[in-house]
Design a protein around this ligand. Sequence first.
Ligand SMILES: [Zn+2]
Ligand SMILES: [Zn+2]
Length: 316
Amino acid sequence: MREPVFEMLWDCRYCGEKKLLGLTHRHCARCGAAQDPAARYFPAETEKVAALDHRYVGADSVCRYCGAAAARQAHHCGRCGAALADSAAAPLHALSVASPSPTPPRPTWRLLLPISLLVAVAITVVIGLVWKTEQGFVVAAHHWQRAISVERLGPVRQSAWCSELPAAARDVTRRPEQRSRERVPDGEECRLEKQDQGDGTFKEVRTCSPRFKEQPVYEDKCDFAVEKWHAERQAKAEGDGRHPAPYWPSVAHSSPNEREGARRELYTVVFRDAAGETYRCELPERAWTAFAPGAAYRGKVRAVGGSLDCASLPPR
Ligand SMILES: [Zn+2]
Ligand SMILES: [Zn+2]
């Protein structure tokens, strides 16, 4: 298929005549000056003039003596008569495409404000964590808690992609679920491109490129049951004071399908200051035991939050 061909336009730089036709007007229609091939430009959409039955033989030759353009098949310059052998071809014009304007740089002061706010907050937090005031405390109470997780071997419901189903899975049900996204062809994107032919005309070429879209990819998800050890309940023991000493709860096994799992222990000392305010410290068992009820200590309280720095409590 032949692409449609249109005339380029040019403006006469001698008399100022505008929008002369590149192919039809080899000379200015008003003053007769020769067309300057460098002055050609693409017309606006509404000003396109078709170059009917135009046979393209190549870009114009530009006379090296007077600069006038002549059709490729001419042997001599139409203006000064010089031979056109070895003459240069007319310059080709590119359609200026508006380039996206670069994002203007943000004024520095607009960045400076949030940054200085962040710095101020960070300094406040650091000072608050570091700044402490010392005061006296007495040991008000002891508390302890020990727990053993009891596990049971039995069916647990889980889900997985059906393609990755464990061999031991049973009671399987399926349902579709989105697993990923993929790029798939979605027709093509076409536009008309103006190409300067260098002889006072241009052609419009349709160029197309494939277009893609994203779409979800579904796969079967399986819900199933498997036999496995899982936490069933907690056996707990807890008490106040150091006596009797903390002990582990007894785990009564109701069936061979039960076993003991992870153990957890927590030792808390409650301190009271002169104003009657209480503070809790979680400590290792040995340190917890070392604090005698009613004994007095000096410790540090954080300026922000008012919590007691438990590591600052050496026996007086
Ligand atoms: Zn003119
Ligand atoms: Zn010439």
